[in-house]
Design a binder for this molecule. Structure first.
Ligand SMILES: Cc1ncc(COP(=O)(O)O)c(C=O)c1O
Length: 379
């Protein structure tokens, strides 16, 4: 990690400093690793949910200039945010759009996912006046968005009318992270059968993509021309194959110490008095709480990094603050930076390890990082 991360943070004018330090160089290198692992397929970089908390416009720009084919977001609003940020590459809206939104999407050059048969007629009516590229979503087993294979046949006439605008066909794996890939292979077979059915009807789009990060690392891309990784771009993974390709976590969450106090044995810390100091110690208060996305259930469970060591988060995490216990005499002062999420994947306070501690997935921890956190970007 860049030396700059080790510099003390500048005093914040409001006495509160909490920063997500995002290394865009790492994101660009992760993209290259994914491109290599995918055999050079085109990458739709998934930057929904504010680029998994990393900041969608700076991350989107970095991915576009590092060679991503395009960016994928969940909603019209997220697509417009990227366009307002000056991003010109293709942007795929994954969540589908009601027909009323097509004129705006067309004007902004967004690519739209058709998530089911419900608006076929309205789309066919709107597109001649408001042209845009469509990707057809198939429900091969995820069970949420997508045309079901069973309804594809009856939809073919409507889809044929839309054929000039259909650029891609897509699906989504439900179990690409599961050691048992039986269901994933079944989804793949269903996808291929649907592609053949579309081709027989004269619908042969140039792109097909069914895979996320894990599908790429697990060899599930097969005939796909493109893939849609999200988590791996940020250097995070839940499977050993992802770690094996050397992904670099791109985000460090750093808070400066707001106050330090020495407390006698028996002092309780925080709401509910869930921590009782077993001996005299120092309590450092950090300006980071659950409103920032730091999980409340890390109280008395999480650790933070400081001066090459880790120290426990004690007491309940409150809305804006949390407390860290340090031994008496350990040098610590207001303004010192402590690391809440470490970019070292093996550190006990890495996003992956904290997610394991909580019984959740890394996605949830980074996506929760609130927009009020200052984001600093490193090239
Ligand atoms: C439709 C779709 N494609 C791709 C992705 C990216 O998945 P991952 O972050 O696991 O690579 C997501 C993530 O939720 C998704 O919903």
């Amino acid at each position: 990690m860049n030396e700059q991360y080790l510099e003390p943070l500048k005093a914040h004018p409001e006495g509160r400093a909490l920063r997500a330090e995002v290394d865009l160089g790492r994101i660009a290198r992760n993209l290259k690793r994914i491109q290599t692992a995918s055999g050079g397929r085109g990458v739709w970089g998934v930057v929904k949910a504010n680029a998994y908390g990393h900041g969608s416009v700076p991350v989107g720009r970095a991915l576009a200039s590092a060679g991503a084919h395009g960016l994928a977001v969940s909603s019209l609003e997220e697509g417009l945010e990227l366009r307002q940020g000056g991003i010109e590459c293709p942007i795929l809206v994954l969540g589908g759009l009601r027909p009323e939104a097509l004129p705006v999407a067309s004007a902004e050059g967004l690519t739209v996912t058709m998530v089911g048969p419900e608006h076929l007629a309205e789309y066919a009516q709107a597109l001649p006046d408001h042209p845009l590229r469509l990707h057809l979503k198939l429900d091969t087993g995820m069970g949420r968005f997508g045309f079901l294979p069973s309804e594809l046949g009856e939809c073919l006439p409507g889809l044929r009318r839309l054929a000039p605008w259909i650029e891609g066909v897509m699906g989504h794996f439900a179990t690409a992270d599961d050691p048992d890939l039986g269901f994933a292979h079944r989804q793949r077979r269903i996808f291929e059968t649907c592609l053949a059915q579309l081709a027989d009807a004269g619908i042969r789009p140039g792109q097909s993509h069914h895979g996320n990060s894990d599908a790429c690392f697990r060899g599930l891309l097969e005939t796909d021309t493109h893939l849609r990784p999200g988590l791996a771009l940020f250097g995070l993974t839940t499977i050993p194959e992802g770690r094996a390709i050397g992904l670099e976590p791109a985000l460090a969450l750093v808070a400066e110490v707001a106050r330090v106090k020495i407390v006698p044995s028996g002092t309780t810390v925080g709401y509910g008095r869930t921590f009782v100091a077993p001996q005299p110690m120092q309590i450092a208060t950090l300006a980071c709480g659950y409103a920032d996305g730091y999980r409340r259930d890390l109280g008395n469970r999480g650790v933070v990094g400081f001066a090459g060591r880790t120290f426990p988060v004690v007491g309940r995490v409150s809305m804006d603050y949390l407390a860290v216990a340090l031994p008496l005499g350990f040098p610590v002062s207001p303004g010192d930076p402590m690391t809440l999420f470490s970019p070292d994947p093996d550190a006990p306070h890495s996003v992956e390890r904290l997610a394991q501690t909580l019984g959740t997935i890394p996605y949830e921890l980074v996506c929760a990082l609130h927009r009020r956190i200052t984001r600093r970007y490193f090239p």
